[in-house]
Write a protein that binds this ligand. Structure first.
Ligand code: NAD
Length: 510
């Protein structure tokens, strides 16, 4: 049984049926957009963008504020749609897919004008006497947005708000696993009065996503797996289109011997089980020094056993969103058990529930020979490895091809920050699960194979622009061009000797 199934219906486009991971019943269907469909969408978006880019920030923001009004009014529809598609608990559907988008959209509606206003500068050196610089943040044009299934609304609303406030139009290819919420979101933008074709959704699979990149877009904002990210990066490189690649992670948690163990245990369980573990910055590996290993593990097991799992909205840990992820979780756990790991809680599909539910799990005696500690598992699993000390924990945390985020737990905040700074990751949290994506002021993005580029906040929204310097000659300098003479060139040499041959003057000039 698959969660989205290709069905031959004789029509020219690939046709898919989407099923709920909770009931395994069909909840919708869609045709995958063809190359011609995405091409048409990009052309229409380009026309819409030309008018949109002329609007002042305040007018663009007005559309976004209206979108927030509509989201607030129709939040139950979003929650219902996301729960049907993903089987996530009501609480996570609200926090991640309603509240986070409201915050993200509001943030850029309020601040884009400040982030992107034209800056005036004076050049340094001799040029300061003759030139002025204006730095204009120009929109790029049409952004191709390709998103995954684990946060279908949050991971669309955030880049969308940034791209639009920067003056771009967006053509969006949502995940084939969660196609329905994107269509609903497009409907919300229409209800908010967005100009026709400014934000378009083209549903489809990987082939549709690949076609979108080839369809003449000016930037690709991609969030998804490492394997697909490589393909997207290659295509963008060939086409010379800028892209950001927000990819997978294998986040480590380091528990120091002086940590508040109650808080750390709670953090391990939340960090691993939030969103059924389908969180790019989810805690996938926990390293604990032997001095506090036993009490820590006991606390984690007790908390995990208390978690409710059911097929109704008030559960703590929801469904695995689709069959392929269930296969990965099960195969990593089987590999770990074969190699000597011990399961202290969960460790199997929930036999009480018909859908795709994996029990919240605690597993110990794990090591880096196991897939569970090396590849992204994306399941509700707390995997705990005993280490000698913090130095060994850090070395193991950095022993990964991935480097998205990580977290350190200690009562000594200075030590926590210092240890965190040594983690080879895009970001780090101290005494909290990975929260960087939710803190707009903190640039978000992975190192190593976890991504290329950083998103969010001032830096992120500027990534949806070309910074266009306009250099204005104020007409105060004498003309210095042709014809060349040896005297003039000797004069330049004398200048180089006098100014750059003198340590004081060279610093004064630049
Ligand atoms: P995926 O790579 O399978 O798919 C992502 C999107 O790319 C989908 O819309 C898919 O249809 C499309 N796609 C597939 N092949 C394509 C191609 N050749 N060209 C263009 N588009 C193509 O990823 P997924 O399974 O949907 O998402 C889960 C992954 O996303 C996990 O690895 C997770 O860690 C990662 N993720 C990362 C972040 C982050 O911000 N770093 C956030 C959320 C999820």
């Amino acid at each position: 049984m698959a969660i989205f199934e290709r069905v031959e219906n004789g029509a020219p486009r690939r046709h898919y049926v989407v099923k709920s991971p909770v009931t395994l019943e069909p909840i919708g269907e869609f045709d995958a957009g063809s190359a011609a469909d995405v091409q048409g969408a990009v052309e229409r978006a380009r026309k819409a963008q030309a008018a949109w880019a002329q609007l002042p920030f305040a007018r663009r923001a007005e559309f976004l504020w209206r979108l927030v009004d509509v989201i607030v009014e129709r939040q139950d529809e979003i929650v219902e749609c996301v729960i049907a598609e993903t089987g996530k608990p009501h609480n996570e559907a609200v926090s991640m897919e309603v509240m986070a988008p409201c915050m993200q959209i509001s943030y850029y509606a309020k601040r884009a004008a400040g982030f992107l206003k034209t800056r005036k500068r004076r050049p340094t050196g001799m040029l300061r006497f003759s030139k002025k610089i204006e730095l204009h943040y120009q929109p790029l044009g049409v952004v191709g947005l390709i998103t995954p299934w684990n946060g279908p609304v949050a991971l669309l609303a955030n880049p969308l708000a940034q791209a639009l406030m920067a003056g771009n139009a967006v053509v969006h290819k949502p995940s084939e696993v969660t196609p329905l919420s994107a269509v609903l979101f497009q409907d919300l933008t229409r209800a908010a009065g967005f100009p026709e074709d400014l934000y378009q959704v083209v549903q489809g699979d990987g082939e549709t996503g690949a076609a979108l990149i080839e369809a003449g877009v000016d930037k690709v904002s991609f969030t998804g797996s490492v394997a697909t990210g490589r393909r997207v990066g290659e295509a963008c490189g060939r086409l010379l289109i800028p892209c950001t690649l927000e990819l997978g992670g294998k986040d480590a948690m380091i528990v120091c011997a002086d940590a508040d163990l109650d808080r750390a245990a709670d953090g391990a369980v939340r960090g691993s089980c939030f969103n059924t573990g389908h969180y790019c910055c989810g805690t996938e590996r926990v390293y604990v020094p032997e001095a506090v290993y036993e009490p820590f593990v006991d606390k984690v097991v007790a908390l995990t056993k208390e978690l409710k799992q059911s097929d109704v909205g008030d559960s703590d840990v929801g469904a695995v969103f689709w069959d392929k992820q269930m296969d990965i979780i099960e195969s990593h756990m089987e590999d770990a058990k074969r190699k000597g790991a011990r399961v202290l809680a969960g460790g199997r599909r929930n036999p009480e529930l018909p859908g795709y539910f994996y029990e919240p799990t605690v597993v110990v005696d794990v090591d880096h020979e196991m897939e569970l500690m090396r590849q992204e598992t994306f399941g509700p699993i707390v995997a705990i490895q005993k280490v000698k000390d913090e130095a060994e924990a850090l070395a193991l945390a950095n022993d990964s091809e991935l480097g998205l985020s990580g977290n350190v737990w200690t009562r000594d905040l200075e030590k926590g920050a210092a240890l965190g700074a040594q983690m080879e990751t895009g970001s780090v949290s101290v005494n909290d699960i990975a929260v960087t994506y939710g803190v707009a002021e903190a640039p978000f993005g992975g190192v190593k194979a976890s991504g290329v580029g950083q998103v969010n906040g001032e830096l992120g929204i500027r990534g949806y622009c070309h910074l266009h310097p306009v250099i204005i000659d104020t007409g105060k300098s004498s003309h210095g061009g042709y014809p060349y003479t040896i005297e003039a060139s000797r004069g330049m040499q004398g200048f180089v000797r006098r100014i750059f041959g003198n340590r004081f003057l060279r610093k004064l000039l630049v």
